[in-house]
Write a protein that binds this ligand. Structure first.
Ligand code: BT5
Length: 268
C-alpha cells in the first residue's frame, strides 16, 4: 500500500516553519532535487525553497556516488538556502541537517544514530544521507543546496546495499507517513539553521551530534582521497570537527569536507 503523495497539501498541515518549505516545488519524477535546485538558483535564489520528488532517476551522493531513490518509498528533497555565513562555515549545514534528522527520528521513537558527518544509521545500517553543495560569487556564498534522502517505506535494496542500508519500515515493521516526517524534519531544520545563521553558534547542534554519535569511542578508518588511516574517535569539537587519536598517540581534528568514515569490520 502506498501512503499519501508528498505534495504541499499533505505536508502543510504539520509544517510550522516561517520560511523553509513555504515555497515548495513538487515533482512526480526528476533526475535529482539537488540538480533541480541548482537549475532554479541559476535564475533566482529563493531562500528556503524546497524541491521534493517521489522518485529520482539520477539521485546523487558525494564524490559522484549514486543515491537510490525509488518511487513513493522515501523522502528525496533539497532545500535552497542563502545563508549569511562565510564560505568556510558552509559544511556546518550538513551537520545541522544531520542533527535535525536525528531529532526527527527521535520524535518518532526511533533509536537512530548520527554517523559524522552526513549519515544517519540504525543498527549500523544507513537510513539517511545528506549532500550539501554550494555556489560562490566573489568569495561569498551565493547559495547552498542541502539535499537529504530518507529511506521511509522501502522494503528492498539492490544487492550491494542489502547489508548496509535500511528503511523506517524495515526497522519498525509498518508503513510510515512520509508527509509528517518531511514536515517535522523541516520544522527541526529551520529551528537549528535559523539560530546558527543569526548567531553562528553551533553549540546546540553539537550537543545533539555528540548525544547521537555512533562514532565516539570507536576505532574507524578514515578515507580521504587516496589516503586511508585507522584511528580512534574521541569526540566532536564545538565547531563540528571529528577529534581522533592517531595510532602514534597524536590528536588530530578532521574536517567534514570529503572524507568517508568506515568501521573496521564493515560499514559500521
Ligand atoms: C550521501 O552520499 O549519503 C548523500 C545522499 C544524498 C541524497 C539526497 S536525495 C535528495 C538530494 N538529491 C540528490 O541527488 N541527492 C540528495 P554518500 O555519503 O556519498 O553515500 C552514497 C553511498 O550510500 C552510495 O555509494 C551507496 O553505497 C549508499 N546508498 C545509495 N543509496 C542509498 C540509499 N537509498 N540508502 C542507503 N544507502 C544508500
Amino acid at each position: 500500500m502506498r501512503d499519501k503523495l508528498l505534495n504541499y497539501d499533505s505536508v502543510k498541515p504539520y509544517l510550522n516553519t516561517e520560511f523553509i518549505g513555504r515555497e515548495y516545488a513538487y515533482y512526480d519524477s526528476i533526475d535529482s532535487t539537488n540538480v533541480q535546485g541548482k537549475r532554479e538558483a541559476a535564475v533566482k535564489v529563493c531562500d528556503g525553497k524546497v524541491f521534493i520528488t517521489e522518485e529520482q532517476t539520477g539521485g546523487r551522493g558525494r564524490l559522484g556516488r549514486t543515491w537510490e531513490s525509488p518511487k513513493f518509498t522515501g523522502i528525496w528533497m533539497s532545500i535552497l538556502l542563502k545563508p549569511d555565513i562565510p564560505i568556510e562555515l558552509a559544511p556546518k549545514i550538513t551537520v545541522i541537517a544531520a542533527a535535525a534528522a536525528y531529532n526527527t527520528m527521535k520524535e518518532f521513537g526511533i533509536d537512530a544514530k548520527i554517523k559524522w558527518p552526513n549519515d544517519i544509521v540504525i543498527d549500523g545500517k544507513k537510513i539517511c544521507g545528506i549532500l550539501t553543495e554550494m555556489s560562490t560569487v566573489g568569495g561569498k556564498i551565493d547559495y547552498v543546496i542541502m539535499g537529504i534522502g530518507i529511506n521511509v517505506n522501502m522494503v528492498e535494496f539492490p544487492e550491494d546495499l542489502k547489508d548496509k542500508a535500511t528503511s523506517l519500515k524495515l526497522e519498525l515493521g509498518k508503513d510510515m507517513d512520509r508527509s509528517k516526517i518531511t514536515a517535522l524534519f523541516l520544522n527541526n531544520f529551520e529551528k537549528l539553521y535559523s539560530s546558527f545563521n543569526s548567531t553562528k553558534d553551533l553549540s546546540e547542534v553539537m550537543r545533539i551530534c555528540r548525544e547521537g554519535s555512533v562514532l565516539i569511542g570507536r576505532e574507524v578508518r578514515i578515507v580521504d582521497g587516496s589516503t586511508e588511516f585507522k584511528c580512534d574517535v574521541i569526540d566532536i569539537s564545538e565547531d563540528g570537527e571529528l577529534i581522533v587519536r592517531m595510532k602514534d598517540g597524536k590528536i588530530k581534528n578532521i574536517c567534514s569536507g570529503e572524507v568517508s568514515v568506515r568501521g573496521i569490520y564493515g560499514y559500521l
